[in-house]
Design a protein around this ligand. Structure first.
Ligand code: NDP
Ligand code: BG6
Length: 649
């Protein structure tokens, strides 16, 4: 894995064309589109003949437009340093044409400018129109371009990139498709989803179809379930107006997450030609079970973040306190779904999806969990009940790589197993400049490759899955909103959704998190690494009991977020434990029932170390066990001889 590769086949610059950005005074243009076009110029992929025309209602003379973007690029460029030679040439290709999108004269002026630039730059009639505008004007612009005769050219191609969101629901998406297709051919329309511009998402296809060893296992016979997680730490920031009418199902799940789902679950296409790939994506979306209201109630959960104080003591706003959000809003900022794909390959395999804003960490991960190996062969060993399933994890962002978790034999005379992993890290293997994700998409549109863009039927198929969920949700306002604290792992119900099936969300526990636990400070990286693979996340709502006095103790806990109260038999709080502390070890050490109850004070996120894993830690890392025993001596006045305990374990 350590060998570094640079791209061996170099892509060629696209053919000359004019790029017209509708919405050029807006946020998307300065933050993502212009930095992406500049990156393409740096990489030699933007044709020399490529003027870029910005248009919107603001009156900005071209020199001022160039100045503004020259300042913005210094903030938004993804490259370490600005290459002034490339930028100085790039900026001279920027033009601005003021115009209101409902004004036919604006399109006539635009047409005249395009003709002039075509002559100057030799673009041969090729024009790419980019709709970086509110969705309400997508249809208006596409029809006005048609009225002005700009949707076709006798000399070259005309294409249009349409931004998201594509429709607010199934009916409006269908109507928007109709409005666009009244004036454009399907092969001219490029509906964008920036997740498909991410290398790690594209790599799902390379992984599945360039590595023959996985395909025979990629089905219901070998895969137990699949999980998709997109967790964001940011709240809705300044986008309350848009977000309050959208919610996470429309904003994140229906588009970005369904795209990842299609890549992971579709049948192998016959080639990487656009229609071959898109046909397979369509088939898998068509096979996703469309839920009845009762199924929505059973297979979905939703959440909304409330105000909270973070571990660093800063106060975070709740969703209902965000600007431009209705103070009684019922919009979901978190959702968890259990879907089924009713086809031969995936029948009965649950597909879990969860996504939310204002969570405790940012991370997009896909977990493919395989079925367990038969345990029977281990019947005469201590591992008979502890064979773990293999897990394949796609780390999409910010961590970028692929990990395969499997069991290995612990060194020593006994057949004892431990979870270990093999890991491929993008940054170790490849040298690539960081981009915005839009480079690949714009470049593909320029070369006429629509593989990464959605087709009419794909957009509608995704809405067909989402619509019944939205409809059912619209019938009730959840009484418990807000139901998760900002900065936590999301609502408790999300854990219930998967745990009721006897499964657990994958929580990628990083070593740096464990290093914050005082007990573990200074532990060897090998130990922290294996502990990180053992811990399971669990979330508790305020007032929930984590353990109850008298119950058998099957696990111990580390507090990752929040606080717990230790409660005696009379219901009195006798102690508190905060982030980085642990509890529940006494029952494991003594094999005795719990001697006190523990209750979450506020929403609390815990890591659980199960009995079998505790036994492994005890055996393989006696120093940590000694520390736990020492602390328990003080805490509970226990008289355990660490050496004897370790001998027995
Ligand atoms: P902004 O509100 O920042 O920009 C909108 C642009 O459209 C402005 O240039 C505005 O011009 C122009 N505009 C709107 N209505 C008219 C009109 N009637 N006539 C002329 N110009 C008009 O939006 P964003 O840039 O944030 O978003 C644009 C699109 O991109 C949206 O569809 C959004 O969902 C999508 N998107 C945005 C992302 C982002 O990070 N910003 C990420 C992913 C998608 P003026 O101000 O001069 O009137
Ligand atoms: C956008 C959503 O499409 O994707 C945002 O509108 C979200 O709400 C963003 O934050 C996430 O994109 P990324 O690339 O940061 O995962």
């Amino acid at each position: 894995m350590s060998e570094r590769h640079t791209a061996t086949v170099r892509a060629a610059p696209a053919a000359p064309c004019i790029i017209v950005i509708f919405g050029a005074s807006g946020d998307l243009t300065k933050r993502l589109l212009v930095p992406a076009l500049y990156n393409l110029a740096c990489d030699g992929l933007l044709p020399k003949g490529c003027p870029i025309v910005g248009t919107s209602s603001s009156d900005i003379p071209t020199p001022q437009f160039r100045e503004r973007l020259s300042a913005d690029i210094r903030t938004f460029s993804t490259r370490k340093e600005l290459d002034s030679k490339v930028w100085d040439q790039f900026v001279l290709r920027l033009y601005y044409a003021q115009g209101k999108f409902d004004d036919p004269a604006a399109y006539q002026r635009l047409a005249a400018l395009l003709e002039k630039l075509e002559g100057e730059y030799g673009t041969g009639g090729n024009v790419l129109f980019y709709m970086a505008v509110p969705p309400s004007v997508f249809g208006l612009i596409s029809s006005n371009l048609s009225q002005a005769g700009l949707t076709t050219s006798a000399r070259g191609w005309r294409r249009m990139i349409v931004e998201k969101p594509f429709g607010h629901d199934f009916a409006s998406a269908k109507q928007l498709n109709q409005e666009i297709l009244d004036h454009w051919r399907e092969d001219q329309v490029f509906r964008i989803d920036h997740y498909l511009g991410k290398e790690t998402v594209q790599n799902i296809l390379a992984f599945r179809f360039a590595n023959g060893m996985f395909e025979p296992l990629w089905n219901k016979h070998h895969i137990d379930h699949i999980q998709f997680t997109v967790a964001e730490t940011v709240g809705v920031e300044n986008r309350g107006r848009y977000y309050d009418s959208a919610g996470v199902l429309r904003d994140m799940i229906r588009n970005h997450m369904f795209q990842m789902l299609t890549y992971l679950c579709m049948e192998p296409p016959s080639s990487f030609k656009p229609e071959a790939v898109r046909n397979e994506k369509g088939k898998v979306l068509d096979a996703v079970r469309v839920m009845t209201p009762a199924e929505v109630a059973a297979n979905t959960v939703r959440g909304q973040y409330g105000p909270a104080r973070k571990a660093d003591n800063t106060q975070v706003r709740g969703y209902r306190q965000e600007p431009d959000v209705n103070p009684q809003s019922a919009t979901e900022t978190f959702a968890g779904l259990r879907l089924y794909i009713d086809n031969w390959r995936w029948e009965g395999v649950p597909i879990y999806l969860r996504s939310g804003k204002s969570l405790w960490k940012r991370g997009t991960e896909i977990l493919v969990q395989f079925k367990k190996a038969p345990e029977v062969i281990f019947r005469d060993t201590p591992e008979v009940d502890h064979v773990e399933p293999n897990q394949l994890i796609f780390h999409i962002q910010p961590d970028q790589g692929i990990e395969l978790r499997f069991s290995a034999k612990n060194p020593g005379p006994l057949m004892s197993l431990q979870k270990v992993n093999m890991r491929f890290d993008y940054r170790e293997a490849f040298e690539a400049s960081r981009g915005t994700g839009y480079e690949l998409l714009i470049y593909n549109c320029m070369i006429g490759d629509s593989t990464l863009f959605s087709r009419t039927d794909l957009v509608e198929a995704a809405w067909r899955i989402a619509q019944p969920i939205l409809d059912h949700w619209a019938t009730t306002t959840p009484a418990d909103f807000p139901n998760y604290d900002a900065g936590t792992w999301g609502p408790k119900s999300a854990f219930g959704l998967i745990e009721s099936d006897g499964r657990k969300w994958l929580e990628v526990v990083s070593r740096s998190v464990l290093e914050q636990v005082p007990l573990l400070a200074g532990s060897s990286p090998v130990f922290l690494h294996s502990l990180a693979l053992m811990l399971k996340p669990k979330v508790f709502a305020s007032g929930d009991f984590v353990v109850r006095k008298g119950e058998p103790g099957h696990e111990m806990y580390f507090v990752a977020r929040g606080e717990v109260e230790i409660v005696d038999g009379d219901g009195r709080v006798i102690d508190m434990q905060g982030v980085g502390s642990f509890f529940g070890e006494k029952s494991l050490l003594l094999s005795e029932p719990r001697s006190a109850s523990v209750r979450a004070k506020g929403q609390t996120d815990l890591y659980v170390l199960e009995r079998s894993d505790f036994a492994k830690v005890a055996k393989d890392h006696p120093a940590i066990t000694r520390l736990i025993i020492e602390q328990s001596k003080t805490r509970y006045k226990l008289d355990i001889d660490p050496d004897q305990f370790l001998r027995v374990t």
